[in-house]
Design a protein. Structure first.
Length: 276
């Protein structure tokens, strides 16, 4: 998601930085806090992903063969000082099912559930304050630890080791917010390497509410390419409690050309975070 600064919060400006794709470098709490030494926090987030068609490359090979994923995310953060923190993100698949063609051409439903893969990150931030705006630069090494079960069927998470690196820049004025980030993941074979880029624009509607339009690009070594975008709402309920809701639509979804996969989707996410 994004870096968020709000006027009047905790007596000054609070700057931060928030997930779309599981590969984005978004971090708890809503990517933004704590911003002090010895701070910690956690957030819980519910997510639903719906994809409406089975594709191969950019072509639909089975229209109406859907995929639905319901996930619960538990995420935490601890800061040694305001510029160095460690984060952990653990997903749990409540229910996932996808429809694929059987040998007779009928719909075959495959399912998955249970714990996903753990992601650890060490975001390093450099803050700046100028006359009319503030912001930060972020460099975040990341590690993916396989915890999910391995089988030959439907798996939401890859179940392999991975390492990644993300870069971010955020800046904000009294009314406006801008953030951009890019990153990559390299996984164990046979999973392909993946890259991401995001661009977020926001408006501070009130001292405690920010409205955003967020755009995400993702692609991999097997010619997959997704462009997703949509609105998000961030609400600072109080200094310790933060709420975020977002929706994204796939405007471009090209899956790998080597095998069928689901595309043409939407993602809805809602979360609440607590910081101390």
């Amino acid at each position: 998601m994004s870096c968020h600064t709000f006027r009047g919060c905790c007596g000054g400006l609070i700057l931060g930085f928030v997930a779309l794709s599981p590969l984005r470098g978004d971090q708890p709490i809503m990517n933004m806090m704590p911003r002090w030494d010895g701070g910690y926090g956690f957030q819980v987030r519910a997510e639903h992903i719906h994809r409406s068609d089975l594709k191969q490359g950019k072509d639909v090979v089975a229209r109406g063969f859907t995929e639905d994923i319901y996930q619960f995310h538990l995420e935490g953060v601890y800061t040694w000082d305001r510029s160095i923190r460690i984060t952990a993100k653990l997903p749990y698949i409540l229910k996932a099912q996808r429809e694929v063609p059987s040998t007779s051409g009928q719909k075959l439903v495959q399912r998955d559930e249970g714990i996903g893969d753990l992601s650890l990150a060490l975001p390093l931030k450099k803050y700046f304050n100028l006359d009319s705006r503030s912001g930060s630069w972020t460099l975040a090494p990341q590690l993916r630890i396989p915890l999910g079960r391995e089988d030959d069927g439907f798996e939401v998470w890859d179940g392999v080791w991975g390492s990644g690196l993300s870069f971010g820049y955020e800046t904000e004025t009294y009314h406006w917010f801008f953030a951009t980030s890019s990153g990559f993941w390299i996984f164990e074979q046979p999973e392909p390497a993946e890259w991401t880029y995001s661009l977020d624009l926001g408006w501070n509607a009130r001292e405690d509410i920010q409205l955003l339009w967020e755009s995400d690009l993702s692609w991999d070594d097997e010619s997959k390419f997704f462009l997703s975008a949509g609105p998000a709402l961030y609400w600072r309920w109080n200094d310790k409690t933060h709420i975020r809701i977002e929706w994204k639509h796939d405007f471009v979804s090209r899956v790998t050309s080597s095998r069928p996969d689901h595309g043409n989707g939407d993602r809805f996410s809602a979360g609440i975070g607590f910081v101390f």
